[in-house]
Design a protein around this ligand. Structure first.
Ligand SMILES: Nc1nc2c(c(=O)[nH]1)N[C@H]1C(S)=C(S)[C@@H](COP(=O)(O)O)O[C@H]1N2
Ligand SMILES: [Mo]
Length: 529
């Protein structure tokens, strides 16, 4: 009986050994075929499904999907094994079916590791040869002879599989990750990079911690820090919960569709400017960092999927070169319609040339917070489009192409709005009691329209008072605001905030979810202090 049932089990064991081998070899190549398959699923499901997954599961959706792909592989093997063993007509073709599957496993491994990032390299060859060994060893024993193999044979098979895996894993770890080149590294000091050149790359922003004075108690309600402090000093813009006026690279939120963050070797990278241009060109990272039009700019970026009051918004200093400057150097043809950016991960975005031509703030960023870009923020270079949601800002950009027709970009194909101009927003971040006084503070942002006014209500919108506004760090950034009132008695406070942009438009109170054009509505926080 056992021998009758054993073959399907061998298939399952083989699939497991294969899947584990792929994961074990991941460090060698940087990614693995399971991740490639999962990414392929993300890229090919209908936009509504992808959007739903990103909105509801956020970053967790991605590891879950990789696990799902592994599980599906094992399940498929079980089905195959059962069919081959139990279905009579197929039984006769058993060795042929098994042979075909073996070849398929081999090809999938080869293609998968190739796509996983190593291309045709020695690492690819080693990974491709090692990963299929354990499953093939298991299958071999079962298929060359029709005779059943006993438990000892099975144990030997499993033993050799585990052994091969261990060797593979040790080799992978010993050899280390894929080559990163000796040139600029992610997060490297930008000035040092310039010196070198002269001689010869869904995590919400962590809850901010800017504090002044002792805080006696502190809790967080809907991303708002509620605290009490024993101090008589006046409220500034930095009290518990207030974000820094300009944040750092490490506390910037991260959102992308990639399961494993692209790892770009800056030595081998260059940005190509191509399409309808007189003369296509390539820019190295050094070319961009030392470009005569390179400039420093402080920019607030918000994700279109941020909920009202959410943490997918950050402000940081960038070093960047206007796309307009690069395109003018290339000479844009008269038929130009769209400027399409394409990224390492297949992501694309597009902006009309008529807009790019007029705006010096649409830039290729090569520096962030004094360093080169961190990997997760697009090393070595990314687009920045102030005033539009983050989706317009292609990370890991590889090419800027001038096209003669309208290009449907990655998120646009998935049902999000094309222009993605940010909606005016104002968020409460901090409520603090100091004796009889209550300080309320937060941020407001209206993209290029700028924030002209912020009003705060402490009675759920019945009455409104103007908040004190801090000067924005730049025309492309948010403004911090605060509102201080006398309130000796403790009790519930229903805070509501609303902003007015520089064109005189009051932020809409109408509540809408992020899809398709970004969330709207006033941020409300009820606290007791
Ligand atoms: N290549 C690429 N660029 C991308 C994305 C992506 O998935 N791939 N995600 C976009 C989205 S939706 C946002 S909100 C911003 C986030 O940038 P950050 O992670 O540096 O904050 O990157 C954008 N650029
Ligand atoms: Mo986004």
């Amino acid at each position: 009986m056992i021998s009758e049932r054993f073959p399907p089990v061998t298939w399952v064991a083989g699939a497991l050994a294969w899947v584990l081998g792929l994961v074990a070899l991941r460090p060698l190549v940087g990614s693995d075929p399971l991740v490639v398959a999962a990414q392929w699923v993300i890229d090919s499901v209908p936009g509504s499904v992808a959007t739903w997954a990103i909105e509801t599961l956020g970053k967790d959706a991605q590891p879950a999907l990789v696990f799902g792909v592994a599980l599906a592989t094992v399940a498929a093997a079980a089905v195959c094994g059962a069919v081959v063993w139990y279905v009579d007509p197929v039984r006769r073709w058993r060795s042929r079916v098994t042979g075909t599957v073996a070849v398929a496993v081999f090809v999938a491994t080869a293609v998968g590791f190739f796509e996983a990032g190593s291309g045709l390299s020695l690492r690819w060859l080693v990974a491709t040869l090692l990963a299929p060994l354990p499953p093939l060893a298991l299958w071999w024993r079962r298929t060359d002879a029709m005779a059943p193999v006993g438990r000892r044979g099975a144990l030997r098979g499993v033993g050799s599989a585990v052994g091969a895996l261990a060797v593979g894993g040790i080799v992978a770890r010993g050899v280390g990750g894929p080559p990163r080149g000796s040139g600029p590294q992610p997060g490297e000091d930008l000035d040092r990079l310039e010196e070198k050149t002269a001689v010869g790359t869904t995590t919400p922003a962590p809850t901010p911690v800017a504090d002044s004075g002792e805080v006696d108690s502190r809790r967080t309600v809907n991303n708002t820090v509620v605290s009490t402090a024993e101090t008589d000093t006046d409220f500034g813009f930095d009290f518990a919960g207030m974000p820094d006026r300009v944040g750092s690279a490490s506390d910037h939120y991260v959102v992308d569709k990639t399961i494993s963050t692209p790892q770009v070797n800056a030595d081998a990278w260059s940005l190509s400017v191509e399409g309808i241009v007189d003369e296509a060109g390539d820019y190295t990272l050094e070319d961009l960092v030392t470009h005569p039009e390179a400039r420093d700019m402080t920019v607030t970026t918000a994700c279109i999927s941020n909920a009202v009051g959410g943490n997918l918004i950050s402000t940081v200093d960038w070093r960047a070169v206007p796309v307009r400057a690069l395109l003018e150097e290339a000479g844009v043809g008269a038929d130009a319609v769209d400027v399409v950016t394409r990224a390492e991960d297949g992501y694309t975005e597009a902006l009309p040339w008529s807009v790019v031509r007029e705006r010096d703030d649409i830039v290729i960023a090569v520096g962030m917070d004094g360093g080169t870009l961190p990997r997760q923020h697009g090393f070595p270079a990314r687009l920045l489009v102030p005033g539009r949601y983050g989706m317009k800002s292609t990370k890991w950009v590889r090419s800027v192409r001038v096209a003669a027709s309208d290009h449907a970009a990655y998120w646009e194909q998935r049902g999000w709005v094309e222009q993605a101009v940010v909606n005016t927003l104002s968020y409460v971040r901090a409520v603090q009691r100091r004796g009889d006084r209550i300080g309320i503070g937060g941020v407001a942002y209206a993209g290029r329209r700028n924030v002209a006014r912020v009003e705060v209500s402490v009675d759920d919108g019945e009455t409104w008072t103007d908040a004190t506004l801090e000067d924005p760090p730049s025309p492309h950034a948010w403004r911090r605001w605060r509102h201080v009132s006398e309130r000796p008695d403790s009790g519930p406070i229903d805070v509501v905030v609303r902003a007015t942009d520089g064109e005189g438009n009051l932020q809409t109170s109408e509540r809408s979810g992020p899809h398709p054009g970004g969330s709207t509505g006033w941020h409300r926080v009820s606290v007791s202090l």
